[in-house]
Design a protein around this ligand. Sequence first.
Ligand SMILES: [Zn+2]
Length: 325
Amino acid sequence: MLNRSRRLRTSAAMRNLVAETELRPQHLIQPHFVQPQKGTSEIGSLPGINRAGIKETVKQVEKDLKGGLRSVMLFGVPDADAKSPDASYCCDHEGVIPQAVKALKKAFGADLIVMTDVCLCGYTSHGHCGLVDEEGIIQNDQTLPILAEMALRHAEAGADVVAPSDMMDGRVAAIRALLEQNGYTQTSILSYAIKHAGAYYGPFRDAADSSPKFGDRKTYQMDPRNAREGLRDALLDYEEGADILMVKPALPNLDLIYRLRQATLAPISAYHVSSEFSSVKAADRLGWLDGDQLMFQHLLAIRRAGADMIVSYAGREAVEKGWIS
Ligand SMILES: [Zn+2]
């Protein structure tokens, strides 16, 4: 036979020689749920992931850095009594995220990339990502200055990257303008450019205590039936000043990661979300499959589709268990 594809699969060394996709610790972004209280508390539906106080977060990041995980995404989990209809705590100079960013940058400086989630849902008493009027309608334009101020607080504290995940129209432009006005010209924006509504975020909402108290998020998050809509929005975010474009969730949207890769020169991030992670963990516990191998293949597929970086709850174990180095 002239063509025998198996020649290039004969040994691990040969397979490594022709491997097309690389997954290294620097491609992964580890999420953290940061609470104002000291100590840690487990999140039942996200095995191995904790809510943690600022000190404990710094300690965990120190360990992760030794394994090569150089980027974190911080989500604030404020006390229930700090939540309000207008999410005012998210703009507090002494809020949990500005404090956590300062502590991390003080400890690790330029060795660590600190990214922060910018969205109101963890801070509003109603659990929506924007302000809500008396009829329960999400108020797009009134939400923008609050998101921009929240992002500015994170930039002032030293965040390298702010990551708006709210899905209001025009938020990247609003954030970029306020950052520029205040001299934060070097702060990057990672926009959740393509974010579908749906069932993939359940364990995250447990972790961040951010479920909407009424209605759903379908008037701001995208319809999972659509692809062109996402590409259009992603390109708009880039025009508004985003530096990195996110696709979320990752595995159900490998087509979109691939198509966005063709459509833009910007770096692409994918979010391997809570349900993607937790469903592997649950099936592994039942003994139905090899969770470690499956999780690793998830991450490889996301990279192969065209993601430069992946936010994943599996980042730490990928390094600790030696799947990647
Ligand atoms: Zn939100």
